[in-house]
Design a protein around this ligand. Sequence first.
Ligand SMILES: [Zn+2]
Length: 347
Amino acid sequence: MALYAELHRHLGGSVVPRILWRYFHRSDAELAQRFPEYNSFEDFYTRPRNTLDEYLELHTLVESVQTSETLPYFIYRLIRGAYIFENLAYLELRYTPYLRTPEHLSQSQRIDLMREIVEIVGKASQLQDCPTVASQILCMHSRLPYEVNRAIIDLAVEKREYVCAIDIAGGDAHYRDRLDDIIQLYEYARSRGLNTTGHLYETPDGCYPELLPYLMRIGHGIQIPLLHPELLPEVARRGQCLEVCPTTYLKTGTLTDLHQLKVVFDRCFEAGVDVAICTDNAGLHNVRLPFEYENLLTLDVIGFEELQACQEASFRHAFAWPYRDRPASLLNGLLKTETSPALAASS
Ligand SMILES: [Zn+2]
């Protein structure tokens, strides 16, 4: 029983279509009416989009129903599914807390309410019957004002018991006009001792070498080996890990075929850059982590040894995994001791 670590999953995109559709029909008459049939909803929800921006639009549908009242409902189902169906021992869940606060309130009221959201997510993630270790990454957003993004950093500092890092999301093409602000925010986050990741080098429009030095991990980063392999030695030297989410690139139109990822893995391995394989939006894609692994093997994008190296990298680069070893070593110690009753009985 291999147990896995998931480093890149969005709270909004992690709701599987069946659970979201059921929720509409239990609790949201308007959305239930808009999506009367499950099959057509699943088609609508999971079909590929033409661009990253179009794809990100879908998140707003989920964000609109993930409120302080409903978050425990979704998170309970998410963690339960992650443990039972995906064998996740560790999960970092990311989202923008500001976007879970009521839109009609003022900016300062919404900033104040973010604290409550982080607590709700934190408490709802600790399930009695699931041993999965869960932590939060708070996402700054490329379309939110500087003050809101800075408040997100302050909140991450304040709530370290629930939050392990910060990120920037919202479409990497939109960073260009605000690059100075974003660099300043990351400088501030690092000065407060926060871990950092960031959606960067996901698409050809999202290549900002100026931001790279501030990141401990790179959200996606596939355009580095694809378009800028000259940067790989410096990424390796900094010990940065790429969070590669295969299905995303097909859903956003960034790649047309998963075979294109072979270059990404080959160049990273050659340069000594770690890669963690992740789902990004397992619900929205309807593809869970073990299937991401299996797809890459089936398509010969990577081999078994490379897969295991990536799985180990996920635990090594996890921001809040509380153990020195990955679960395989812990389980070996537990199940294969010389004095175990099973071994004693069979001898
Ligand atoms: Zn993402």
